[in-house]
Write a protein that binds this ligand. Structure first.
Ligand SMILES: Cc1ncc(COP(=O)(O)O)c(C=O)c1O
Length: 417
């Protein structure tokens, strides 16, 4: 007997599918990857899956940060609603921007508020900026959260493809005039997920110029900003005039191995920070002050990030070498933990059997099934695979063993590009 459909099905908002909510059979990318992994494990029980698809650090926060959290959690004064935060993280954030990124003059009172992670900030900000019909300029491939929420408010997204020939920087001059007229926000993210590309001071200067000329707000998602392999992290706020046009989102998630802690900060233009704070105040009651204070402690210890970045740099060197040996055109990025490489068009095995791929997704599925190596495919602007160096290894010897294993598995076949 068919069960009567609950009246609740009639009540969903159009923005999440309305009457059709939950009825789609489309399988999304990350679910496909999970399913392929499960199927591969079932086919070869006990075999080792090498997971290069992970988008978060493989290790926990450093012991001194955990100790700080414990000490702060014991303080009665930290127990209550944090609302938009006390001064501790604000001051640490301003000092961090100056010390680590060379950004002077951020007022901790008015130009910084904490976030419950950058994702939360990206989901809150559209409510303060987007009216129906407004356009957001978003890079593709990219982290979609701001655009998804902008659409919830009736906004539209104009995609700016990130292409290798442009160093994976968007071509701002490509935006059609009629889109520019309705555009309010430009969302950027460097070092970039998934391309691993870094911005340059010239590019950020151009962004400031372009935004002033076209009355745009810039939201720079700097989730990977401090994870650089050489030189100083590049903040958008270091560009002259940046504070007049935008804000930057920093996060403890990747820089300090604190993904689950949910803490970061939004800094820059005072009016935008205020609007973010006003909407945030009606969305959440702030991150636990003990977590904020531990994050502030981490921000005062940028050597933690340097240590983490050195590990990724070491792994990146080795992975680039392994992939080049397998025929990929891999090039070490300047930061992040992502290595983004052009996907092969076909592969042949030792037995001569040849398989053509239609997309990066095809390659990724093949690589999980046949080689038990998990990656994340991107087909938004060319077919690319994203390898992350955040794979889990017990120690240095295990790290080398895993890299050797990748080399051996990929060496068994011949890729065509
Ligand atoms: C580009 C980008 N922005 C934001 C986030 C989320 O960061 P947070 O943990 O601070 O919410 C991620 C996480 O994967 C990301 O890749």
């Amino acid at each position: 007997m068919l069960m009567a459909e609950s009246y609740i099905q009639q009540l969903f908002a159009e923005r999440i599918g309305g009457l059709q909510y939950g009825k789609s059979h489309a399988i999304y990318k990350f679910e496909k990857i999970k399913r392929a992994k499960r199927a591969a494990m079932a086919m070869q029980p006990g075999a080792e899956i090498i997971d290069l698809g992970v988008g978060e650090p493989d290790e926990m926060a450093l012991p001194e940060v955990v100790e700080k959290l414990c000490a702060e959690a014991r303080k009665p004064d930290n127990r209550g609603y944090a609302d938009n935060g006390d001064g501790v993280l604000k001051q640490a954030g301003a000092r961090y921007l100056e010390r680590v990124c060379g950004v002077k003059g951020i007022n901790p009172e008015t130009e910084i508020i904490h976030s419950i992670g950058s994702k939360a900030a990206l989901s809150i900000l559209p409510s303060g900026l987007i009216n129906p019909g407004d356009y957001v300029l978003m890079t593709i491939p990219g982290y979609p959260v701001f655009g998804i929420h902008a659409k919830y408010y009736g906004g539209q997204v104009h995609n700016l493809p990130l292409e290798e020939k442009n160093g994976f920087l968007p071509d701002l001059d490509s935006v059609p005039a009629e889109v520019l007229k309705k555009a309010k926000v430009l969302v950027l993210n460097y070092p970039n997920n998934p391309t691993g590309a870094s911005a340059t001071p010239d590019f950020f200067a151009k962004v400031v110029d372009f935004s002033k000329k076209n009355n745009l707000v810039v939201i720079h998602d700097a989730a990977y900003a401090a994870l650089v392999f050489e030189g100083q992290p590049l903040s958008f706020l270091a560009a002259p005039g940046a504070k007049e046009v935008g804000i930057e989102l920093h996060s403890a998630s990747k820089s300090f191995n604190m993904t689950g802690w949910r803490c970061g900060f939004v800094a820059g233009n005072e009016l935008l920070v205020k609007a973010y704070g006003d909407v945030k105040d009606n969305s959440d009651s702030g991150q636990f002050l003990a977590i904020q204070h531990a994050a502030a402690f981490a921000l005062e210890h940028p050597e933690i990030t340097e240590k983490i970045a050195a590990k990724y740099s070491r792994r990146m060197n080795a992975l680039v070498e392994v992939l080049i040996k397998a025929g990929f055109k891999a090039k070490k990025p300047k930061g992040s933990f992502f290595l983004y490489v052009k996907a092969p068009r076909a592969v042949s095995g030792k037995d001569g059997a040849r398989k053509e791929f239609r997309s990066a997704e095809d390659v990724s599925q093949w690589m999980i099934t046949e080689k038990l190596i998990s990656t994340v495919p991107w087909d938004d602007a060319g077919a690319y695979l994203r390898f992350s160096v955040t794979f889990v290894a017990k120690n240095l010897a295990d790290e080398s063993r895993i890299l050797g294993e990748i080399e051996q598995r990929l060496g068994e076949v011949k890729f065509e590009f």
